[in-house]
Write a protein that binds this ligand. Structure first.
Ligand code: SF4
Ligand code: SF4
Length: 275
């Protein structure tokens, strides 16, 4: 049931984004107030993306991985992951950590152990998106036991194991969600690195810019749509997340895109101003 509601939310948001505007605006307002009191920054990151490995087994048309894949698979060193977790523990981060970027997280055999380590030390909630190809009942059991709060299986066409995936999701209805995917729905073009049929155009950039994304080598770049990592603002192996987040240049760009001022070429391509 929960899984069906989640899919419904995605579909409504894709087709009628205006319908969800009021509750979404109220949510943002509340979040800004909490951020202000807790971190002195109303736009403090609410989402940490961590690329634990760089490998993906698929080639989806709407994803730059399909055309510009790094032939080598890279894994985030354990010390880098631990450093991030200790920092999140230090700032009492209790929002979402997404263990994915442009990769298939369940291809990383360490995943359940990394989740478990993160959940023991922080109050963060763990989100893992997956294409489902590596998901079986044993792996689902492991991940749920480790503490994954939300495992979202994107049903990318062609969907091959629908019945099996439905059975796995039904076992954990509050944790595992199946997301029906429509390639014709509005999609990001990933900073212009891929062509999509129906570009998701945003007059102001809000959601992606409240995310801090850490690549497998520790680099933190502009946002999840900066596929080529054109704008790197620091590296977690040398600086803290907070230091990187407070980088004056990074802060200036975030403030601009939030107001709908898109100066960087990657942003201009992302919102369709430039090809
Ligand atoms: S499964 Fe995800 S990361 Fe892999 S190619 Fe498809 S969209 Fe990209
Ligand atoms: S507009 Fe710029 S900052 Fe915002 S999502 Fe696109 S590339 Fe990222």
């Amino acid at each position: 049931m929960t899984s069906a509601l989640y899919s419904l939310f995605y579909r409504i948001n894709g087709r009628f984004p205006w319908l969800l505007k009021i509750p979404v605006n109220l949510y943002w307002l509340g979040l800004r107030l909490v951020n202000w009191f807790r971190y002195g920054d109303q736009y403090f990151f609410k989402w940490v993306g961590i690329e634990t490995c760089s490998f993906c087994n698929r080639k989806c048309d709407w994803c730059p991985v399909s055309t510009e894949r790094d032939p080598k698979s890279h894994y985030m060193p354990r010390e880098t992951f631990e450093k991030i977790v200790f920092e999140l523990q230090g700032i009492r981060f209790n929002r979402w950590v997404c263990l994915c970027w442009y990769n298939e997280p369940l291809a990383d055999a360490r995943m359940w152990e990394l989740v478990s380590w993160l959940k023991i030390r922080t109050k963060a909630r763990v989100h893992i998106p997956t294409n489902g190809d590596y998901l079986d009942e044993r792996k689902a059991d492991e991940l749920i036991r480790a503490g994954v709060d939300r495992l979202v299986v994107s049903m990318y066409p062609p969907v091959k194991r629908r019945v099996e995936l439905q059975a796995i999701a039904a076992k954990y209805p509050a944790r595992i969600y199946l997301r029906e995917f429509d390639p014709d729905s509005p999609l990001f073009n990933r900073g212009g690195s891929v062509k999509v049929k129906n570009l998701y155009v945003q007059p102001k950039c809000i959601n992606p810019i409240q995310t801090i994304n850490v690549g497998w080598n520790g680099d933190v770049c502009l946002c999840c749509n900066d596929y080529h990592r054109e704008h790197v603002f620091g590296n977690v192996n040398k600086q803290s997340l907070r230091e990187i987040w407070d980088n004056p240049e990074y802060r200036r760009i975030r403030n601009e895109v939030r107001r709908g001022i898109f100066r960087l070429p990657v942003c201009r391509r992302c919102v369709g101003i430039e090809k």
